[in-house]
Design a protein around this ligand. Structure first.
Ligand code: HEC
Ligand code: HEC
Ligand code: HEC
Ligand code: HEC
Length: 440
C-alpha cells in the first residue's frame, strides 16, 4: 500500500488493460487509512478521487479502515463515488451496515458480486461475539489496538462466518461469480472456502502473496509492495461458473510508464495545495538557514547529478549511502510531501532554490552533497572552491541528527563523520599547475 507514491503509474496500467479488456475489475482493500495528521486526511481523500478516476469497482472495509476514525471513514464513503463494501461491519447502536453489502459488476458474460469481510477479533476478545474459531492469544498488539479503537467508535464487526452466510445467500441470487476480499488469516480463508464453496475467489490481505486452490475456490493473497506492483488475476470461467483456470501476475509499475493524465492532474492539485498551504509550513524551519553559505542568495542548489561529471567516485559512493536514499524512505511510507519530513530528508527544503513539494525539484531529493558542502551553483559554474564548505561542522549534522531522531549521535560522531567523508573516493583534482586531472 502506497496510495500516492504509486498511483499514477498503477492508473496507467489499469487504463491500458481497460482498452484491451472490458472485463477488467479493479478492487482495493480499504487499508489505506493511516496517519493522524490533517494532511493524512487530505492524502486519503485525494487517493479516493484518483480511485474514482480510474474506475475502481469496490473498496473493501478492513479493521484498519477505521484507523482514522469512524467519522472520517463515513465522510469518505459519502463523498466518494467508489462503493465501499462490507459483509460484517455494522453500527453498534443502530445495527446499520457500513457501506454496501456487495456490488455487482457486469462483465460481458457474467454478473460478478464483490464483497469484503473484516476481522472480528476485537469483538471476540471483549466478548461481544462468541464462537468464532480464533485462538485466543492470536491477536497481535497492533491489530488489537486498532480494533479496540474501532469499537470505541461504535462499530461492531460481526462474526465472519455468520455474516458471510447471510450475505452470500443474497449475492448468489443476483450474481454468478462471487468475489470476497478478506482480511482474515490464510487458515481462516481456507475454512471459509471449505464452508462456502460457492465463492469463486477470496482475495486475502496477508501481504505475502501466494495462491491456493481450495476445492473450487481460489484464494489469492496480495503482496505488500509499497505501491511498486500491481496484482493482476486472470480467470477462465467454465459454463458452470466454475474457475477453469487462472494466472496471477505481479506487474511492476515501471518509471517508464507514462502517467495517467487525469490522475496526474488530481495529484498535482494535491501537491500544489500542500506546497502553498502556509499553515502547514509555518512550524517547519529550514534546517540550515543560519549557515553563511545558505544565507547567500546568489548561491543556488543545483543537485548531485551536477557533481558527478567531475567528482565521479565521490558521487558513486554517495549514491550508495542512506543519505542518498532518504527521500525513498519517505516515499515508502507515503510521507514525501509532509513538510516536517522533507525538511530533513531532502536538500534545501524551505530555502529559495531548495527542494519544494510538488515542484520540479526531484533533483534535490534526499540528503545530497549540497547539504554538507553548501549550495554549489557558483562552484559548478566556475569550479572555484571558495564558495564551498569542505570540512563539515558537527553543529550542521545535528540540525537533522537531533537528540530525538539520533539519540547517540554525539557519542558516535567521529565514526559517523568518517563514514560520510569520502577520503577514499577518488575523482578529479587540480594539479599544481591548475589543470584538472583524473586521479582514479
Ligand atoms: C566542472 C567540474 C566540477 C564540478 C561540476 C563540481 N566540482 Fe567540486 N571541485 C572541482 C575541482 C576542480 C575541485 C578542486 C579539487 C582540488 O583542489 O583538489 C573541486 C573541489 C570540491 C570540493 C572540495 C572543496 C575544497 O575546499 O577543497 C567540494 C566539497 C566540491 N568540489 C563539491 C562539489 C559539489 C557538491 C558539486 C556539485 C554540486 C561539485 N563539486 C561539482 C570541480 C568540480
Ligand atoms: C538535512 C538533514 C541531514 C544532515 C544535515 C545530515 N544528515 Fe545524516 N541523515 C539524515 C537522514 C534523513 C538520514 C536517514 C536516511 C534514511 O535512511 O532515510 C541520515 C542518515 C545518516 C547516516 C546513516 C545512519 C545509519 O544508521 O547508517 C549517517 C552515518 C549520517 N546520516 C551521518 C551524518 C553526518 C556525519 C552528518 C554531518 C556531516 C549528517 N549526517 C548530516 C539527514 C541529515
Ligand atoms: C529533524 C530531522 C528529521 C525529521 C523532521 C524527520 N526525520 Fe526521519 N530521519 C532523520 C535522521 C537524521 C535519520 C537517521 C537516524 C539515525 O539512523 O541516526 C532518520 C531516519 C528515518 C527513518 C529510518 C530510515 C531507515 O533506515 O529505515 C525513517 C523511516 C524516517 N526517518 C522517516 C521520517 C518521516 C516519515 C518523517 C516525518 C514524519 C521524518 N522522518 C522526519 C531526520 C529526520
Ligand atoms: C553528510 C555530509 C556529506 C555529504 C552528503 C557529501 N559530502 Fe563530500 N565531504 C564530506 C566530508 C565530511 C568531507 C571531508 C572534509 C574534510 O576533509 O574535512 C568531504 C569531502 C569532499 C570533497 C573533498 C575530497 C578531498 O579528497 O579533498 C569533495 C570533492 C566532496 N566531498 C564532494 C562531495 C560530493 C560531490 C558529494 C555528493 C555526491 C558529497 N561530497 C556529499 C561530507 C559530505
Amino acid at each position: 500500500m502506497n496510495p500516492l507514491g504509486g498511483l499514477p503509474r498503477r492508473a496507467t496500467l489499469i487504463e491500458s488493460f481497460r482498452r484491451t479488456d472490458r472485463n477488467l475489475i479493479v478492487i482495493e482493500f480499504g487499508d489505506f487509512f493511516d496517519g493522524t495528521n490533517k494532511l493524512d486526511e487530505l492524502r486519503v481523500l485525494t487517493y479516493l478521487r484518483a480511485l474514482e478516476a480510474i474506475g475502481c469497482d469496490a473498496v473493501g472495509v478492513t479493521s484498519s479502515s477505521f484507523a482514522m476514525g469512524l467519522a472520517f471513514l463515513e465522510q469518505c464513503m459519502k463523498d466518494s463515488f467508489v462503493p465501499f463494501v462490507s459483509s460484517n461491519a455494522t453500527h453498534t447502536d443502530t445495527g446499520a451496515r457500513l457501506g454496501e453489502r456487495f456490488v455487482i459488476k457486469e462483465t460481458s458474460k457474467h454478473r460478478v458480486g464483490i464483497t469484503s469481510i473484516a476481522d472480528d477479533r476485537f469483538s471476540r476478545e471483549t466478548g461481544v461475539s462468541k464462537g468464532h474459531p480464533h485462538d485466543a492469544g492470536f491477536v497481535s498488539k497492533s491489530s488489537a489496538g486498532s480494533l479496540a479503537r474501532v469499537q470505541e467508535k461504535g462499530i461492531k464487526i460481526d462474526e465472519p462466518f455468520k455474516a458471510l452466510a447471510e450475505n452470500l445467500s443474497l449475492m448468489e441470487k443476483q450474481c454468478d461469480i462471487l468475489i470476497v476480499m478478506s482480511s482474515l488469516s490464510q487458515q481462516e480463508n481456507e475454512r471459509i472456502a471449505d464452508r462456502f464453496p460457492r465463492i469463486n475467489v477470496i482475495v486475502g490481505n496477508n501481504g505475502k502473496g501466494g495462491e491456493k486452490l481450495a476445492g473450487g475456490t481460489l484464494i489469492v493473497n496480495n503482496r505488500s509492495n509499497k505501491g511498486k506492483l500491481l496484482g493482476r488475476l486472470t480467470l477462465a470461467v467454465s459454463g458452470k461458473n466454475a474457475i477453469a483456470g487462472h494466472t496471477v501476475e505481479w506487474l511492476s509499475i515501471d518509471k517508464k510508464l507514462p502517467d495517467n493524465k487525469e490522475v496526474r492532474k488530481i495529484l498535482d492539485g494535491f501537491y500544489d495545495a500542500v506546497a502553498k498551504d502556509e499553515k502547514l509550513w509555518q512550524d517547519v524551519e529550514p534546517k540550515l538557514a543560519s549557515f553563511d553559505l545558505e544565507k547567500d542568495q546568489s548561491n543556488q542548489y543545483v543537485g548531485a547529478a551536477n557533481c558527478a561529471s567531475c567528482h565521479e567516485a565521490v558521487y558513486r559512493d554517495w549514491r550508495k549511502s542512506k543519505h542518498a536514499r532518504a527521500y525513498n524512505t519517505l516515499l515508502d511510507r507515503n510521507r514525501h510531501f509532509f513538510p516536517d519530513c522533507v525538511s530533513c530528508h531532502t536538500t534545501g527544503a524551505g530555502l529559495a532554490t531548495g527542494f519544494q513539494v510538488g515542484q520540479a525539484t526531484g533533483h534535490l531529493e534526499g540528503v545530497q552533497c549540497e547539504i554538507c558542502h553548501g549550495p554549489a551553483s557558483e562552484h559548478v559554474a566556475t569550479d572555484g572552491v571558495f564558495q564551498l564548505r569542505k570540512a563539515v561542522p558537527e553543529e550542521l549534522c545535528v540540525k537533522c541528527h537531533d537528540s530525538e531522531v539520533s539519540p547517540n549521535f554525539k557519542d558516535k560522531f567521529e565514526a559517523l563523520m568518517r563514514s560520510v567523508n569520502h577520503a577514499n573516493s577518488k575523482g578529479l583534482s587540480r594539479t599544481g599547475t591548475g589543470e584538472l586531472t583524473r586521479t582514479e
